[in-house]
Design a protein around this ligand. Structure first.
Ligand SMILES: Cc1ncc(COP(=O)(O)O)c(C=O)c1O
Length: 384
């Protein structure tokens, strides 16, 4: 059996983090985007190595930072994207850099284009910062969820918009957008002079058959793109808080330089050491992880087909998140509420992902086949 499939339920229940604690001991938690697996060995070695020095004081700040160097090397090896480490800022988290970018590259009242359904902090950031949401929903095409460049053009012609906020690979649908789709957006970004904030945190969780294209690697895009990334999703270290923002345009970088020096906080030495470690030697662990996640993805697709009559799912091309359309199930209440109350399975409610998320749920399958099997049995039982 795959080591990722050998999860000890007592140990899972005892995990102190939000995933296993929020809903109480009788609920199976398939919600927030944390995985149920132990940290990768390079992370444990990096953290132990730091402890062994006995030094938890202020760290040296070489320029470029070792995290930036590791990111550049990882991007080159995994995605064929050549990045200059001097263009990489190290931040505490992705959403912090996303909000800073919104602050710098738009004014209150400006439009920010977003492809819904979308990771809820995108919506909350735009709204709480007084910008306007310009919704460019994904459309259902032959290939599943697709970017709608014509729809975006129509919106841009009537809305004053300064930012395109892209999530690629896409949370919650798991779509890995094609070069053609992204190029159509890139053309619009140039034509309408948009700054693109491209959140690529799921780039390393792509299943065989799909290829991730960094948006800033497309012709004409680097000048206007801020790329956000982090090792926290792929290597299950969200609690360590470390992320990067890549900005190769001098014009955009000068704007970041105009911010007070501590706006990104100081980077935690453990987060930096762990991130550097996995972007240097995490490939083997990641390959095993993707192998396991591929099997869990199959179980979820089968589970929906076998146990949730009327529900629809399109197998995600990336991420350990699946977006399930429950509208055909005709449940008496919002689906996540139904499954939480009647099946004791915690899923993310679709409406959190924008107005088009009604009737959907997001299910996190980064766990064992036993947990997924039990979750579907519980949901089937609740339907009976
Ligand atoms: C698309 C996306 N961006 C950002 C994050 C969170 O990043 P951070 O914790 O570094 O803010 C997540 C977490 O699930 C995510 O899915």
């Amino acid at each position: 059996m795959h080591p990722f499939d050998q999860l000890d339920r007592t140990r899972l229940r005892g995990r102190p983090g939000a995933k296993w604690q929020r809903y109480g001991p009788d609920v199976l938690p398939l919600w927030v985007a944390d995985m149920d697996f132990e940290p990768p060995p390079p992370v444990l070695a990096a953290l132990a190595g730091q402890m062994a020095t006995g030094d938890l004081g202020y760290s040296m700040k070489p320029d470029p930072s070792p995290v930036a160097v590791a990111f550049a090397s990882w991007m080159s090896r995994r995605h064929g994207w050549e990045v200059d480490p001097r263009d990489v800022m190290v931040t505490q988290d992705v959403i912090q850099a996303l909000q800073t970018s919104i602050h710098l590259f738009s004014e209150p009242g400006d439009g920010v284009a977003i492809q819904t359904p979308i990771y809820p902090p995108f919506l909350a950031s735009v709204e709480s910062m007084g910008r306007r949401l310009v919704d460019n929903p994904l459309r259902r095409g032959a290939g599943g969820y697709e970017l709608d460049a014509e729809g975006l053009r129509a919106s841009l012609e009537v809305e004053s918009c300064s930012i395109l906020l892209l999530c690629n690979p896409h949370n919650p649908t798991g779509r890995v957008f094609s070069v053609e789709e992204l190029s159509a957006l890139a053309e619009l970004a140039v034509e309408f002079d948009l700054t693109v904030i491209s959140d690529e945190i799921h780039a390393d969780l792509v299943f065989p058959g799909s290829v991730h294209t960094p948006f800033a690697s497309l012709p004409g895009t680097a000048e206007r793109t801020v790329t956000l990334n982090s090792a926290t999703k792929s290597f299950n270290i969200a609690g360590l808080r470390c992320a990067v923002a890549h900005v190769s345009s001098g014009r955009l970088r000068d704007r970041f330089g105009s911010l007070p020096g501590h706006i990104f906080g100081g980077v935690n030495v453990f987060g930096a050491r762990a991130t550097e470690a996995v972007w240097t030697e995490g490939a083997e662990w990641l390959a095993d992880l993707m192998d396991h996640l591929g099997k869990m993805r199959e179980l979820v697709v089968e589970g929906v087909g076998d146990h949730l009559p009327g529900a629809e799912i399109i197998a995600p091309e990336a991420t350990y998140l699946s977006w399930i359309d429950c509208r055909g199930m005709e449940l008496p209440v919002e689906p996540s509420r139904f499954f939480l109350k009647e099946a004791k399975v915690a899923l993310n409610p679709g409406p959190d992902f924008g107005s088009h998320g009604g009737g959907h749920v997001r299910l996190n399958f980064a766990t064992s086949s036993e947990v997924i099997g039990e979750a579907f049995e519980r949901m089937a039982g609740a339907l009976r």
